[in-house]
Design a protein around this ligand. Structure first.
Ligand code: ADP
Ligand code: ADP
Length: 223
């Protein structure tokens, strides 16, 4: 089953009067449950691609159909809601809220959902437990290791049952042992049907993915 179809996606930035073609006519088909790696040198367009799929930037041209919704034609006003419902984000620097506990960070992601407060708490707890953090529920981010913080951020990304998880260099800040455990978590999630797109520089991460797409100078090949 196809979960995301990217058609002729382009993004041109203006740097002063000079147009920079950050993404050139990308066509990508992603199936449900794929663990897809995007690799490419610095400045090749990886962040641009993630920002477009994540609806953080507007495409210059083309379409992104995710789980039946054309993200490029969603009105501005509705974007935050669609983003929350369909996409989970994982960042290199975790981006957890420092004043909140692990549990509260995950609960917060569900604040606009239809779930009752009690239900949100139960779900947050169960997601963190599934990731081996049952003894860390009330810890603040600074009291957690890098690997633990990244697992909290994975739980947060899963909170709203997104059609797609976007992970931007998720292992950029962790040691190789932690990296392997993050990759293992991604593999298990993907086997359960969670679609994950991961931007990485690390060949050790890419080789564990179900598919690797390479991007150079804004051009990406999907065969
Ligand atoms: P990374 O490759 O680590 O993800 P970034 O995506 O932040 O780094 O930046 C990649 C490239 O894009 C860099 O060469 C940076 O200078 C350029 N870049 C990012 N944002 C802007 C901007 N607002 N204006 C011009 N260039 C930018
Ligand atoms: P990567 O993530 O692979 O490092 P980017 O997507 O950040 O690459 O950048 C692709 C190209 O787009 C680069 O030439 C970069 O300088 C340019 N770019 C990225 N963001 C901006 C921006 N906000 N304004 C102008 N140019 C940008």
């Amino acid at each position: 089953k196809v979960i995301m179809q990217i058609e002729n996606l382009s993004k041109t930035y203006m740097q002063g009067k000079i147009p920079v073609h950050a993404l050139r006519c990308a066509c990508i088909t992603v199936r449900k449950g794929e663990l897809l790696a995007i690799m490419g040198p610095s400045g090749s367009g990886k962040s641009t691609l993630l920002a477009l799929i994540g609806t953080l930037e507007k495409a210059t041209d083309g379409k992104i159909i995710l789980d039946g919704t054309d993200l490029t034609s969603v009105p501005e006003k509705l974007l935050p809601g669609v983003r929350r419902e369909k996409i989970g984000f994982i960042f290199q620097h975790y981006n957890l809220i420092p004043t909140l506990s692990a549990l509260e960070n995950v609960e917060l992601a569900m604040r606009f959902s239809r779930m009752q407060k009690k239900e949100r708490k139960e779900r947050a707890k169960s997601l963190l437990e599934d990731l081996g953090l049952e003894d860390r529920l009330n810890h603040k981010p600074t009291e957690l290791s890098g690997g633990e913080q990244q697992r909290v951020s994975i739980a947060r990304a899963l909170a709203n049952k997104p059609a797609l998880i976007l992970a931007d260099e998720p292992t950029g800040e962790v040691d190789s042992k932690t990296r392997d455990s993050v990759v293992q978590i991604f593999k298990e999630l993907s086997q359960k049907g969670q679609t994950i797109l991961v931007v990485t520089h690390d060949p050790e991460v890419a080789k564990e993915c179900s598919r690797v797409l390479r991007i150079t100078d804004g051009m990406i090949k999907d065969h």
